[in-house]
Design a protein around this ligand. Structure first.
Ligand code: TRP
Length: 453
């Protein structure tokens, strides 16, 4: 069985060299290992908890998506998506909220720290604490449990959150396990309990002042700073006052550690000798700049291209969301039924549905017409035509319309003039013969959404 590994990236701030060496680079390397199925997502709902400037949220989300791709994350190999595109996450959040003890959330470090700060300053304990901050662990549990993740690689500060996800998942399994097995005819437990994965030898890079590189110390070097700025920042890395010719210590040297994070072992050894031989700080910094720039330059270029083409990024993320929802839609369908929120149907039919022996579902078929164009049609379970899609120049164009129909159809489909069917004002096809309006199409979309495979 492949191990399912999942990790979330909060979309705040601009990535720096410390993020790259400590998180991005090792995570991407791990995603290439055989036998793992990786899920990477932009935790943009989590970002709302920490920030309320829409422009900054939007900017940071775009930058972080582009950064991971530019650094080599392969969206063909991993599932890369935005949290906010997966509607099953907030759905599951509510199911979990209703089984989570309030006392559990009272103990969350981040919430407690906020309350302690208020108490220290004589404020009301809950001053400026949103319910979002309080609920943070439940949303994070839903992120993880919605995908049946086995392993969650995170930093030490997140261990408590993974433990809470386990507690909450276990509680849900205990309360609804039997109902879930009865409703779905499946064995096992509805939710997989995740394990935390802490990588002990991940590099922490020093920042400009020698302390850990961190936004909160304002000592960072942005990963994709233009070369001139990168050079200026590297030149300002703190060193001691030894003059050229004097031997330098590698131990405790921020410059040496930064160099090591980008150098091969042989280059590191060379630099170690240069330190012993009394290389001047100016020269050493020049070498540091060169080695970082060499590593970063190709990614920086890739990054610039991605940021300049948001539509292309959008497409990658939509494709990721589609892959992700292949997992979450069926899971949530079973969970909803387990808690008693399934659609009205005879219990046997419900079980049969999970086992795939239920009545025939509507289908969307794609095909090429004699005119060489790519068409699609939506037919109901009996094969009756509900929607005849317009032709497209490529299968991809047709596929995109189908994806939009499935995603937005329930909210945005409408009838246009002369039996045309529109999606948010844009024509996509015509009504099947004998149909009086789009209701039949909406029914079919609803059925598809419930079992999406
Ligand atoms: N809270 C995590 C952090 O700040 C980000 C995150 C959100 C996450 N949801 C997740 C990490 C799910 C792992 C799994 O780093």
């Amino acid at each position: 069985m492949t191990v399912r590994v999942l990790t979330g990236i909060t979309t705040t701030g601009t990535p720096h060299l410390g993020n790259y060496a400590g998180a991005i680079r090792p995570a991407i390397a791990a995603s290439r290992a055989p036998g793992v199925e990786s899920f990477f997502f932009l935790a943009d709902y989590h970002a709302l908890i920490k920030a309320d400037d829409p422009q900054r949220i939007a900017r940071s989300r775009l930058e972080i998506a582009a950064t991971w791709l530019a650094c080599g994350l392969d969206p063909q190999k991993v599932t890369f998506y935005r949290q906010s595109d997966i509607v099953e996450i907030p759905q599951l959040t509510w199911l979990l909220t209703c089984v989570t003890a309030k006392g559990l959330l009272n103990r969350a470090h981040a919430y407690k720290a906020a309350v302690d700060r208020n108490t220290d300053t004589g404020e009301d304990p809950d001053f400026a604490v949103t319910a979002g901050l309080y609920m943070y662990p439940v949303l994070m549990a839903a992120d993880i449990l919605a995908f049946g993740a086995h392993k969650v690689p995170v930093g030490r500060d997140q261990i408590q959150h993974i433990e809470m996800a386990r507690d909450i998942g276990q509680r849900f399994n205990h309360l609804y396990g039997d109902a879930w097995r009865a409703a779905t005819g499946l064995d096992g437990e509805p939710l997989v309990l995740p394990e935390v994965q802490i990588d002990e030898n991940v590099a922490t890079l020093p920042g400009l002042d020698g302390r850990k590189m961190s936004k909160s110390y304002d000592n960072t070097i942005p990963l994709f700073a233009p070369p001139a700025e990168l050079k200026k920042l590297v030149m300002s890395v703190r060193t001691d006052s030894r003059v050229p010719g004097e031997a330098k210590d590698t131990e405790g040297s921020a410059l040496f550690q930064l160099y090591q994070a980008f150098a091969t072992p042989a280059q590191t050894e060379e630099m170690r000798h240069a330190f012993a031989d009394g290389i001047g700080w100016g020269d050493a910094k020049q070498r540091l700049f060169a080695i970082i720039d060499e590593a970063v330059a190709p990614m920086r270029e890739q990054y610039a291209q991605l940021v300049a083409r948001p539509a292309q990024l959008e497409e990658i993320l939509q494709e990721g969301a589609r892959k992700a929802r292949d997992v979450t839609v069926p899971l949530l369908d079973g969970l909803q039924r387990a808690v008693g929120l399934g659609r009205f149907m005879a219990p046997q039919a419900a079980v049969a549905k999970t086992r795939g022996t239920a009545a025939k579902l509507p289908q969307i078929k794609q095909y090429r017409e004699a005119d060489g164009r790519f068409h699609f049609k939506l037919v109901d379970g009996e094969g009756r035509l509900l929607l005849q899609g317009d032709g497209h120049a490529s299968p991809r164009d047709a596929g995109q319309v189908i994806a939009r129909l499935r995603r937005e159809g329930l909210d945005a489909l409408h009838e246009m003039e002369a039996r045309a069917v529109g999606l948010l004002g844009e024509r996509i096809g015509t009504l099947g013969e004998g149909l009086a309006g789009v209701d039949g199409i909406l029914d079919a979309l609803r059925q598809l959404a419930a079992v999406e495979d």
